[in-house]
Design a protein around this ligand. Structure first.
Ligand code: AGP
Length: 630
C-alpha cells in the first residue's frame, strides 16, 4: 500500500547523482568511498570526496568512476577526517570533468557542498554574486549555491543551518544537498527538494546518502527527509528538522530499515544483473505472497480493494511508463483486456505528457516504475491527476516519489535492483499487474471460477518454472559466443510475447551496444524482412500457446532468407527445433503468464553477449538507473 500524499516538487531537469556523507568518530574516507561505490548506479561520469579533520580540509575529485577517484585519492588524500562527503555524478549540463565534479568549495574555502539536483535560476544568482566579488571555477550551479550560502552567512551573520535555509528559499530547482563549514566541524546540514536523501542514525555518528545502501552495515535506523525539509545533524545533539519555507519544526520519524546487506551485494555473482536475473523466482514469490490466497480462492490487494469502484467504473485504463516498465505495461494491456475486458491504452510517459491527451475523471491511470523517480512518469501522473483521473502506482522503491504521488498503488517486492538493465523489476511488475487483472476479472465476472483457480495455481508455479528456465544458462552462453560479433539482431514475438521481444531487444542494446529491434512476428513481412540475410540473428519466441502455427510460418519465411534462428520454444518442441539454428527450451505455462518465463533466456542472452564483449554490464555507457531528467 502506498503512502498517500502529494509532493510539491519541481522535478524538471534534475541531475541523477549519488551523494554520501559521514560525521562521527570513525574515519570517514572508507565509509564515503564504499558508499559511493554502492551509489554508482545513479551516475558514473565523475566522482569526488571532501574530508575534514578539524584542521585540514582535503578535496579530491576526478572525471571518471569511483575506482578512478580511489586511485587518485591514494596519492592525494593525506587527511584522516571524521567528517566526509562524496558525490558520484551523471551530468546533463556541461562535460564531465575534474573541475565540474563535486564537492564544491565556497570562495572563502570554509564551506563545502555536494548536490544532487539543479538550481534553475543559478545564472541570475551567479551574476548577483559576481557583482559582490565572488568568482567561480566551475560551470556548475552547485558552486553558485555554496557561495550563495556563504554570502547569506556573511550578510546575515547567521549559523550554517540558517544560512542554508535562507539561501534555499532564494533558489528555484531541485536538490538533495549536504554542506559543512570548517568552522563547525561537528555539524553537517542537509536538505531536500525533489531528490531523495536518507540520514542513517548510529551511536554518536550519522550517515547521509541518496539511499540507505551506503550505511546498511552500520545502522538500520534511518530518517528519510521529506521534500522542503532541512536537517541540522550535530554530533552530541538531537537532529533538528525544519521546513525550509516556514521554519516550522518537524518531528523526526526514525524508521527501521527492512533491507539487508545481502540484498545489495553481489553474493558471489560476477554482476548485479546476473544476480538479479537469478533472484527472479524469489522476487516473483515475494510479490504474490500474501496477495494470492489460493486456498481461499481470492486475490487480496488493499490498493485495489479500497478503490474497486474506481476500477470497475473506469471507461478505460491508461498505462504510463518508460523503458522496461513500458514493456511490462504492454504485457498488462493483453492481460487486462483478455481477462478483465477493460480497454487499455499504453503510453510512453514522455509522449503522454506533451500531447494534450484526453483524460477524464472516468479514467484510471496506472503508472509503472521500478525506481519510482522517473521524471517523465512522475510528470504524466501529475497531468492525469490535474484532469481528475485516479492514479494507481506500481513501484518497486518504497516511499519513492511516484509511490507517494499516486492516489493508491501496489509495490512490487523485487528488492533493490542495482544493475542498470532492469530484469527482476520487469517480471515482478508483470506479476503485480496480473494479480490486479485477475482480481478485477473476478469482480467483473469476466473470468470463470475454474479459470481463476487455474491462473492462481499456475502463477504459484511460475517461480519453479523460472528456475527451470535459468538452467539453460550454459547453452545460452554458447549461443552468445556464436553471435557476439553480430552488428544487428531482430527479436520477434506475437501476442503476449510481442512485448517480450521488445524487452529482449532493449536488453541487448543497452548492455552490449548491438543494434536490436523487437517486432510483432507478423509485421516482419511489412519491412524488416528486407534486413534478413545469413548474418542476421533472429530470436523468435515460439512457445506452444502463443499463435504457435503462425509463428512457425514466420520462422519458415526467415529460413528461406537464410536468417539465423534462435527459437525460444516450449519443452519438447520438435517442429521449431527442425527449422531453427538453435533452440532454448522453456517450461510450458498459460499463454497469459508466458512472458514471465520467455523473458528469462533473453535476459541471459544479452547478459552473456555483453560479458563476452567485455562491456560494463552493470553500468552501461550513457545510462543511469533512475532517469530523473526529462
Ligand atoms: C531498463 O533496462 C532501462 N534501464 C530503462 O528502460 C528503465 O526501465 C526506464 O528508465 C524506466 O525506469 P523506471 O522503471 O525506474 O521508471
Amino acid at each position: 500500500m502506498l503512502v498517500l500524499f502529494i509532493l510539491h516538487t519541481n522535478t524538471k531537469n534534475k541531475f541523477m547523482c549519488g551523494i554520501v556523507g559521514y560525521i562521527g568518530q570513525r574515519e570517514a574516507y572508507p565509509i564515503v568511498i564504499e558508499g559511493l561505490k554502492r551509489l554508482e548506479y545513479r551516475g558514473y561520469d565523475s566522482a569526488g570526496i571532501a574530508l575534514y579533520d578539524g584542521t585540514n580540509l582535503k578535496v579530491c575529485k576526478t572525471k571518471g568512476k569511483v575506482s578512478d577517484l580511489e586511485k587518485r585519492s591514494e596519492e592525494e588524500i593525506t587527511t584522516i577526517g571524521n567528517i566526509g562527503i562524496g558525490h558520484t555524478r551523471w551530468a546533463t549540463h556541461g562535460v564531465p570533468n575534474d573541475v565540474n565534479s563535486h564537492p564544491h568549495v565556497s570562495n572563502s574555502g570554509n564551506l563545502v557542498i555536494i548536490h544532487n539536483g539543479i538550481i534553475e535560476n543559478y545564472e541570475s544568482l551567479k551574476k548577483e554574486l559576481i557583482t559582490r566579488g565572488y568568482s567561480f571555477k566551475s560551470e556548475t550551479d552547485t558552486e553558485v549555491l555554496i557561495n550563495l550560502i556563504e554570502d547569506v552567512q556573511k550578510q546575515e551573520g547567521v549559523k550554517l543551518g540558517k544560512a542554508v535555509q535562507i539561501a534555499l528559499n532564494q533558489v528555484i530547482g531541485a536538490y538533495a544537498i549536504a554542506v559543512f563549514d570548517k568552522n563547525r566541524p561537528d555539524e553537517v546540514v542537509v536538505a531536500r527538494l525533489g531528490s531523495p536523501l536518507a540520514i542513517g542514525i548510529g551511536e554518536n555518528e550519522f550517515f547521509i546518502a541518496s539511499d540507505a545502501s551506503p550505511f546498511l552495515e552500520y545502522t538500520k535506523n534511518a530518517i528519510y527527509l521529506e521534500d522542503e525539509e532541512l536537517a541540522i545533524i550535530h554530533l552530541n545533539k538531537e537532529i533538528k528538522i525544519r521546513k525550509i519555507q516556514d521554519d516550522s519544526l518537524v518531528d523526526p520519524y526514525i524508521q527501521e530499515l527492512q533491507i539487508n546487506l545481502e540484498q545489495i551485494e553481489k553474493n558471489g555473482f560476477d554482476h548485479f544483473m546476473l544476480k538479479e536475473i537469478h533472484e527472479q523466482p524469489k522476487a516473483i514469490t515475494d510479490t504474490y505472497r500474501g496477495r494470492l490466497l489460493r486456498n481461499e480462492a481470492i486475490i487480496k490487494m488493499a490498493g485495489v480493494e479500497d478503490n474497486m469502484k474506481k476500477f470497475l467504473n473506469a471507461n478505460r485504463i491508461i498505462i504510463v511508463a518508460c523503458g522496461t516498465s513500458w514493456h511490462a505495461g504492454l504485457v498488462a494491456e493483453y492481460i487486462f483486456e483478455d481477462l478483465a475486458r477493460i480497454p487499455v491504452e499504453v503510453e510512453y510517459a514522455s509522449e503522454f505528457r506533451y500531447r494534450n491527451p484526453i483524460i477524464t475523471e472516468k479514467d484510471v491511470v496506472i503508472a509503472i516504475s521500478q525506481s519510482g523517480e522517473t521524471a517523465d512518469t512522475l510528470a504524466a501522473i501529475k497531468l492525469a491527476k490535474s484532469k481528475g483521473a485516479f492514479v494507481f502506482g506500481v513501484c518497486n522503491v518504497v516511499g519513492s516519489s511516484i509511490a507517494r504521488e499516486s492516489d493508491a498503488g501496489a509495490y512490487t517486492h523485487a528488492g533493490p535492483e542495482i544493475g542498470v538493465a532492469s530484469t527482476k523489476a520487469f517480471t515482478t511488475q508483470i506479476t503485480v499487474l496480473t494479480l490486479i487483472a485477475l482480481r478485477l476479472a473476478r469482480a467483473k465476472g469476466t473470468i470463470s471460477s475454474s479459470d481463476f483457480r487455474t491462473h492462481m495455481l499456475e502463477l504459484e508455479l511460475i517461480p519453479k518454472k523460472v528456475e527451470q528456465a535459468l538452467k539453460s544458462d550454459k547453452l545460452i552462453a554458447e549461443i552468445a559466443d556464436i553471435y557476439k560479433n553480430s552488428r544487428n539482431c531482430l527479436y520477434l514475438g506475437r501476442g503476449y510475447n510481442f512485448p517480450v521481444a521488445l524487452e529482449g531487444a532493449l536488453k541487448l542494446k543497452e548492455i552490449s551496444y548491438i543494434h536490436a529491434e523487437g517486432y510483432p512476428a507478423a509485421e516482419m513481412k511489412h519491412g524488416p524482412i528486407a534486413l534478413i540475410d545469413e548474418n542476421m540473428p533472429i530470436v523468435v519466441i515460439a512457445t506452444k500457446k502463443g499463435h504457435y502455427e503462425k509463428v512457425v510460418s514466420n520462422i519458415q519465411e526467415i529460413k528461406s532468407r537464410k536468417g539465423k534462428i534462435i527459437g525460444i520454444v516450449t519443452e519438447g518442441d520438435e517442429q521449431v527445433r527442425a527449422l531453427a539454428d538453435h533452440v532454448i527450451e522453456v517450461p510450458e505455462t498459460l499463454e497469459s503468464l508466458s512472458p514471465l518465463i520467455t523473458t528469462i533466456p533473453l535476459q541471459l542472452l544479452s547478459y552473456h553477449i555483453a560479458v563476452l564483449l567485455g562491456k560494463n554490464v552493470d553500468q552501461p555507457r550513457n545510462l543511469a538507473k533512475s532517469v530523473t531528467v526529462e
